[in-house]
Design a binder for this molecule. Sequence first.
Ligand code: UD1
Length: 390
Amino acid sequence: MGEYHVKGGNKLAGELRVGGAKNAILPILASVILNAGKSIIHNCPLISDTYVSIEILEALGCTIKLSGTTLLIDSSNAKSYDVPEHLVREMRSSFIFLGGVLGRFGKVRISYPGGCELGARPIDLHLKALKELGAKIEEDQGFIICTGEKLKGTRINFDFPSVGATENTMLSAVYADGTTIISNAAREPEIVDLQNFLNAMGANIKGAGTDFILIEGVSKLHNVEYTVMPDRIVAGTYLVAAAITKGDIVLNDVVYEDLYPVISKLNETGCKFKIDKKQIYMKSPKKIKSIDRLRTHPHPGFPTDMQPQFMALLSVANGTSIITETVFESRNKHISELLRMGADIVMSQDGMTSIIKGSERLKGSNVTSKDLRGGAALILAGLAAEGTTI
Ligand code: UD1
């Protein structure tokens, strides 16, 4: 198991570039398989999830070269429709290969996904959309076998704007006959990036960024060169790192509009911003102010992926804050670990609302990260704690 040793108490100040977005590269890598050709993708984040996606693409028959942060993928000779089980179990977003592989081969065999344990994380919306597009779905001992040589465009409405289900539907509908409409689609910026990538490859999609996406089926895609959008969650995490240590920070290569829900809450804590094109400057207050109410919500609401980091920040605020998680029912596993560091947090019985009474100082402790963003929150807490946090 990997360990970070964080010595707290230092002000973080300086200038950083924000790299490519995890939640954008993963669906993009799942969609390169749609085209039997070459894709050049710049600004790829070099993180384990990217390497898992590369392994999946290789298993499907693609050849791949990584040069710096640029991936060169040739999917011309891909033949397999079988997505390796051990890789799908490692990362939930590999389930987006369902749409990509189905679109290319008219058939896909994929296991139920794994990933961070954030609650039940069902896939009903993904499967509902595929069925409505005319795919035949069989489930067999933990595997999903989906067939559909020629899918047919239709109107699909989601009960909840799921990011993954919206992406899977977009991929499945690229080659479908006629028009597919997704209503109550997820509006996350990464969906816009996926639309831009698919259109650059020859697809015909409009509306991403709104809750209504329109996909006109095409019969052919072509080679593509594309640059992945910056990671708004990484940017937000750096901003909190500066805020929690009372530092000042300059972030380069960011999209301010995508970060607005996070910036707006940091404003409430007393942080001050100067925005200039793709650059954000943030000055922290001497003491972080509490936030009356913070509720996570699908974009453009406050992102659930920034909730744990804000809980760490509000643990050292001046006053009491309330955070309500509404997207994932088990996204609060960092709380027990923050308590070990001296935070004062009380959770409601359903585990969704937390009352955080700001402490003067946290203390360095041995803690365990149970999921990606929860782990980030513990590192942030460690930066503000007395002594060393492991
Ligand atoms: C994506 C992000 C993740 C982020 C999340 C919410 C990627 C790779 N991951 O995850 O970082 O935290 O969006 O912004 O982009 N749901 C169903 N049925 C389904 C699908 C989802 O009920 O078929 C529910 C989930 O259980 C959850 C909610 O919808 O409660 C949100 O999930 P979803 O938007 O699908 O998140 P992911 O795509 O898994």
